[in-house]
Design a protein around this ligand. Structure first.
Ligand code: UDP
Ligand code: MG
Length: 317
C-alpha cells in the first residue's frame, strides 16, 4: 500500500434542527482543529431544511470563518441527501462524515487520518459501545445491521454508521453514482477500495433530541435493503414455490376425498388455504410494488435535494 500525507481535510456535517447542539459543535471544532497542525481544513455544513435557528447560526459562523462552508436545502430532504450534497462540494484530499451532535467523537479522527496515510481509502468508525441510547434503539440497531449483512450483496461492516473518512478517489466514485435513493454506507462498501476500521465508543447525544424517530429509522432500513438487495422479491418466489408444493399435496387430498365420496369435508382446509394464499399473493404484490415504485422514482430522474442558499462555498480558506 502506498504511503501518503494528508494535506487538506474536509469535514461534512449534516444539520437538521440542531440549534441546541451547534454552539457546542462550534466550540468543539475551535478547540480541536488546531490540533491538526499544518493540515488545511474546511468544514461543509449542510442545513437539511431546518425549521429552527440552525441556519441563522451557520450563516453567522461562516461570516466569521472562511473555512466554514454552508449549503442550505429548500426543505428537509433527509440525512443521506445532506451528506450526498456535502460530498459533492468536498475539495480536500479526504473527507470525514460526522454528525452535528458529535456522538461520534472528534478525537477518533486523528486515528482515521493515520490509517489514511498508511494507504486506506475508507476508514470507518466501528461502534464498540453505545452510551446513553435506549435499549430499544440498541436492539433495533443490532437487528438492522445483522439483517443488512444477510441481505446485501456487498460486505457491509457491522455496527458502522456514516462516521468515516473517505479518500478523494472514493468520493469521486460515489459522486459518480447517479441513483437518487442513496444508502451511502452501502455505496461506500460497493465501490470497493482498501477499507479499515477504527473501533470507538459512541457518546450519548448531549443537546437536543434524536432526529431519527422510529418512522425514519424503519424507512432508512427499508431504503438500505431495497437499494442493495432483491432478496425480498426472491423470498416471495421461494414462498410461492413452497405454496405450490403444498397446493399440489392439497389437490391430491381433495381428489382422494372425492373418490371416497366425502367431499363436504375439507371445508376448513379450503378456507385456510384460500386465506393463506390470498395473504401471500397480496404480500408478494406489495413487495414487488415497492421495487416498481423505486424504479418509477429513479426513472423520473429528480435531484435528491435542492440547494436554496450557500455561504463561503467558493471562498478560499
Ligand atoms: N439529520 C439530517 N436530516 C434528517 C435527520 C437527521 O441532516 O432528516 C442529521 C442530524 O442533524 C445529525 C445527523 O443527521 O447531524 C444524525 O442524526 P441524529 O443524531 O438525530 O441520529 P442518531 O444519532 O440518533 O441516529
Ligand atoms: Mg446522533
Amino acid at each position: 500500500m502506498q504511503k501518503r500525507a494528508l494535506q487538506f481535510l474536509s469535514l461534512v456535517i449534516p444539520v437538521y434542527n440542531e440549534e441546541e447542539t451547534l454552539p457546542f459543535l462550534r466550540e468543539s471544532l475551535a478547540a480541536w482543529l488546531p490540533s491538526l497542525g499544518g493540515t488545511r481544513t474546511e468544514v461543509i455544513l449542510v442545513d437539511d431544511g431546518s425549521a429552527d435557528a440552525s441556519l441563522a447560526f451557520l450563516e453567522a459562523w461562516s461570516a466569521e470563518d472562511p473555512r466554514i462552508k454552508v449549503l442550505s436545502f429548500s426543505r428537509n430532504f433527509g440525512h443521506q441527501a445532506a451528506v450526498t450534497a456535502g460530498l459533492k462540494h468536498v475539495r480536500g484530499d479526504a473527507c470525514v462524515i460526522i454528525d452535528a451532535d458529535l456522538q461520534d467523537p472528534l478525537a477518533v479522527i486523528p486515528e482515521m487520518i493515520k490509517r489514511y496515510e498508511e494507504g486506506y481509502d475508507v476508514v470507518y468508525g466501528q461502534r464498540r459501545r453505545r452510551e446513553g441510547e435506549t435499549f430499544f434503539k440498541r436492539c433495533t440497531a443490532w437487528i438492522f445491521y445483522r439483517t443488512m449483512e444477510r441481505c446485501m450483496n456487498v460486505p457491509l461492516p457491522l455496527d458502522t454508521g456514516d462516521f468515516r473518512l473517505v479518500s478523494r478517489a472514493c468520493i469521486d466514485a460515489v459522486n459518480a453514482m447517479p441513483e437518487s435513493h442513496r444508502f451511502l454506507r452501502g455505496m461506500f462498501a460497493w465501490v470497493g477500495f482498501a477499507q479499515a476500521a477504527v473501533p470507538y465508543a459512541r457518546d450519548p447525544r448531549k443537546y437536543g433530541e434524536t432526529k431519527y424517530p422510529l418512522r425514519k429509522m424503519l424507512s432508512f432500513a427499508w431504503q438500505g435493503i431495497s437499494s442493495f438487495s432483491t432478496l425480498p422479491i426472491r423470498l416471495v418466489s421461494y414462498s410461492g414455490m413452497c405454496i405450490a408444493v403444498a397446493a399440489f399435496v392439497a389437490g391430491l387430498y381433495a381428489m382422494t376425498s372425492y373418490v371416497r365420496g366425502d367431499t363436504v369435508q375439507g371445508w376448513t382446509a379450503l378456507t385456510i388455504l384460500l386465506a393463506g394464499l390470498g395473504g401471500m399473493i397480496l404480500l408478494g404484490l406489495g413487495i414487488i410494488g415497492e421495487y416498481v415504485g423505486k424504479i418509477y422514482e429513479e426513472v423520473k430522474g429528480r435531484p435528491g435535494y435542492i440547494i436554496q442558499r450557500s455561504f463561503n462555498l467558493d471562498k478560499d480558506e
